[in-house]
Design a protein around this ligand. Structure first.
Ligand SMILES: Cc1ncc(COP(=O)(O)O)c(N)n1
Length: 556
């Protein structure tokens, strides 16, 4: 038996060039594993350079299409795009209203398409009022861009010009008064810096959160070893909804601006992805994170098509090519994808409270001692895993490379023993300290991965430790260099530990590790299934690393 599939509906115009409208929506639905259906409101003759002609569909035929779909198929999410004119907008709103009244509400995402990127009118101006009055009250979410937001606000004589980031926050809240349950004001046309996000001010009765998933992944220290950090040209989408207590809850979704001409149909793609996520029952804040990321990757991986603004790559999540090629601007595509794909757990690991307190010098001595004793046991597993890697390798070069690491870890263990001695821990105590469950779990997982998988899978498992400690070292050092830093460098009891992991020796090992996983991936590009395996191993190890700090903090 096949699994149940979530069915979704788009009510929009067609785009003969395939990049926007119904065509973009159906591709997005399919890429996200939903079953797509459609009701066409208008036919357009258009391409990547502009819209050449539009032919509206009669309102009664729009109604027929929607009813045909809804009468038969259990639709879980709906989006509307180009509605063409006031009669079609009214036809759509009244049909959906009737359906919701008899069968219950379904998440409705309304993308208030008014004008194409190329400047062509896609909605008759007299339809704006109909959309606000009849469709918005049914919508869980509306997704205007800057121009559409201004048109909507102006139609209700509300202050409408949006020129700054702070203005976006005010506009998103005003739009909420037009009737939808939530507003996602898209930020593509406003330039925002990190400082802007840091200095956000809001009035009483408003709370602001920043979803840093994307930026955190991008700004990871080890990814900067070969390039400059993400610039200050950010795009920030602003999500605003009201909580039960009448508080306006704002979530910001910042990400780096991509220099690309492949942006035709961006809004269509985003609202279609939102309909899928909400249709599956994903909560609004998370659904928006998923849909904005999906759209961003669609722009980033698009191939040029046509002579104007080309379409996104809607199929990036299902194509065989799961990795970007290595380029000077993106030297570590695999590492970047692994980190971005697991950015929340990765952050819980590399910016763990243990690390923060160690940086401040406030970490309890007994936690640190517990940690270094367990680390000694872990080093044994780590050496054994590399020895296993050597025994599974087919050529002298990789055998030697793995054996060199075994020797390196063994020398490190001697250094570790003398380091422990400085903290009053004898070699005997190291050997007799029982292994904590977190140590056994992590070590056993490494060995098990090596036994049952191939060499690359084992390399992925070993990477989380190598790269994560490199990240921690660089982060603490960078923070320490800032004026009035929270990191205490001189006089910190854990200074030697911080120096070791931020120092040249360790960072060279990180570089070699990065090179190893990137060259393996480039030499034999993974299929989506194989990449999913690597990612699962990586994510497990990142979690186990976090568990290792938890163990140390709580002396488990
Ligand atoms: C049928 C249809 N729907 C929506 C858009 C807007 O897309 P864009 O703003 O990228 O031109 C479009 N061009 N055509």
């Amino acid at each position: 038996m096949a699994k149940n599939v979530t069915a979704v509906l788009t009510i929009a115009g067609t785009d003969s060039s395939g990049g926007a409208g119904i065509q973009a929506d159906l591709k997005t639905f399919a890429a996200l594993g939903c079953y797509g259906t459609s009701a066409t409101t208008a036919l357009t003759a258009q391409n990547t350079t502009g819209v050449q002609a539009i032919h509206g569909v009669p309102p009664n035929f729009v109604v027929e299409q929607i009813k045909s779909v809804l009468d038969d198929i259990d639709i879980r999410g709906i989006k509307t795009g180009m509605l063409f004119d006031s009669s079609n907008t009214h036809a759509v709103a009244s049909t959906l209203k009737e359906h919701f009244a008899s069968k219950g509400r379904v998440p409705l995402v309304c993308d208030p398409v008014c004008v194409s990127t190329s400047g062509h009118v896609l909605l008759h101006p007299d339809a704006i009022s109909t959309m606000i009055d009849e469709l918005f009250p049914l919508a869980q979410l509306i997704t205007p861009n800057k121009a559409e937001a201004e048109v909507l606000l102006k139609a209700r004589s509300l202050s409408s010009e949006i020129t700054t980031f702070q203005g976006m926050l005010a506009a998103a809240q005003s739009l909420l008064t037009l009737g939808p349950q939530a507003v996602l004001l898209k930020g593509g046309h406003i330039a925002v810096s990190l400082a802007d996000i840091g200095s956000v001010t809001t009035s009483a009765g408003t709370s602001v959160e920043v979803n840093r998933d994307f930026l955190f992944g991008e700004n990871t220290e080890i990814l900067q070893l070969a390039k400059h950090s993400v610039g200050d040209d950010l795009i920030v989408d602003v999500l605003c909804h009201q909580t039960q207590h009448g508080v306006n809850n704002i979530t910001l979704y910042p990400r780096p601006r991509l220099q690309s001409n492949s942006t035709h149909g961006t809004g269509c793609t985003l609202s279609a992805a939102l309909a899928c996520a909400l249709g599956r029952g994903t909560a609004l804040v998370e659904a928006t994170a998923q849909a904005t990321t999906f759209t961003h990757l669609g722009i980033e991986t698009a191939a040029p098509i046509g002579q104007g603004f080309g379409p996104l790559n809607h199929l990036h999540s299902v194509s065989r090519l799961v990795l970007q090629p290595r380029t000077p601007g993106n030297p570590f595509p695999l590492t970047r994808k692994l980190i971005q794909g697991t950015s929340r757990v990765w952050k819980e690991y590399v910016q763990h409270d243990f690390v923060v307190q160690l940086g401040k010098g406030t970490l309890e001595r007994s936690s640190f001692l517990h940690f270094i004793k367990q680390d000694y046991h872990y080093l044994k597993y780590y050496a054994r895993a590399y020895a296993l890697l050597a025994s599974k390798s087919h050529d002298f070069a990789p055998i030697l490379a793995a054996v060199e690491i075994v020797l390196h870890v063994s020398r490190e263990s001697a250094m570790h023993t003398s380091f422990c001695a400085q903290w009053g821990i004898t070699k005997d105590e190291l050997d007799t300290t029982p292994e904590s469950p977190a140590t056994t779990a992590y070590g056993a997982f490494l060995i098990d991965t090596g036994l049952q998988g191939d060499t690359t899978k084992l390399v992925m498992a070993l990477a989380a430790c190598l790269l994560g400690y490199g990240e921690v070292g660089l982060w603490l050092k960078k923070e320490a260099e800032k004026p009035n830093s929270w990191v205490k460098w001189e006089g910190n009891p854990y200074l030697k530990w911080m120096q070791d992991y931020s120092g040249e020796d360790y960072q060279n090992a990180v570089r070699v590790g990065l090179e190893t996983i990137e060259s393996r991936a480039a030499a034999d590009p993974p299929s989506p299934a194989r990449y999913a395996e690597w990612r699962a191993v990586w994510e497990n190890c990142v979690r186990l690393e976090k568990g290792f700090w938890d163990m140390a903090m709580n002396k488990l």
